[in-house]
Design a protein around this ligand. Structure first.
Ligand code: PEP
Length: 257
């Protein structure tokens, strides 16, 4: 099964609505019709509506960076999956290491969010990855496997058909250090094997597993050409067209390789 590569830009806390409109105009100029690679942008909540409007007629899809797991109620400051769907959001990043570390999100909360997102027809981009210490202790695969198991607990293969995974070694996020293509491929292959063991070959083969962690134009093609790497989740380099567009071009080259 051939998986369409995805390049998703996680803007984190950057680009308000005005910047978003301007930036998406630039992205549309180059990437409006990039059907052989799924391009995704994830602006902050308050820029999603402006982004949706600016993306009319464009193949670039919209992601949120987080959501809550209840549809309504006394949850001050939270946003429900159905509210995101209502304004044209298609994907949601869940389990990002910044949410895990800075906002103390644990695996059971992420599991609830994954279930709620899937139930609302939002496609999760579910992030997993080890810290430097865990890698140095030789625990990378065990840590990542545990995150996958706990995150997906109670979900059946047919509910996971729209799932996207993102392997993001914490030591590579925003640090300029990237996993080598071989290091990343080793973990991606292990994740795919785990998906096969848990949910069968069909789900394992169809699920995109993105790599994230200091992806740049000059390392993207080598990473995306690996057998089990299906594109990238990009932070810093997604904030400007002249660093993001070449990463998408690298994905186009890798998908033809
Ligand atoms: C991220 O935050 O998901 C990320 C991969 O960031 P960066 O590309 O800046 O390392």
């Amino acid at each position: 099964m051939t998986r369409t590569l995805m390049v998703a830009g996680n803007w984190k806390l950057h680009h308000g609505p005005q910047d978003t409109r301007r930036f998406i105009q630039l992205l549309n100029a180059d990437l409006r019709h990039t059907s052989s690679v799924q391009v995704v942008v994830a602006p902050p909540f308050t820029s999603l509506a402006a982004a949706h409007e600016a993306l009319q007629g464009s193949d670039i899809a919209l992601a949120a960076q987080n959501c809550w797991h209840e549809d309504k109620g006394a949850f001050t400051g939270e946003v429900a999956p159905s509210m995101l769907r209502e304004i044209g959001v298609r994907y949601v990043i869940l389990g990002h290491s910044e949410r895990r570390q800075l906002f103390l999100e644990a695996d059971d909360l992420i599991n609830k969010k994954l279930k709620a997102a899937l139930a609302a027809n939002l496609q999760p981009i579910f992030c997993i990855g080890e810290t430097l210490q865990e890698r140095e202790e030789g625990r990378t695969q065990a840590v990542v496997a545990q995150q996958v198991r706990l995150g997906l607990q109670g979900l059946a293969a047919d509910e996971l058909r729209s799932l996207v995974l993102a392997y993001e070694p914490v030591w590579a996020i925003g640090t300029g250090k990237t996993a080598s293509p071989a290091q990343a491929q080793e973990v991606h292959a292990a994740i795919r094997k785990l998906l096969r063991d848990l949910h069968g070959d069909d789900l394992a083969q169809r699920t995109r597993i993105l790599y994230g962690g200091s992806v740049k134009a000059d390392n993207a093609e080598a990473l995306f050409s690996q057998e089990d790497i299906d594109g990238g989740l990009v932070g810093g380099a997604s904030l400007k067209a002249d660093s993001f567009v070449p990463i998408v071009r690298a994905a186009l080259l890798a998908s033809r390789a």
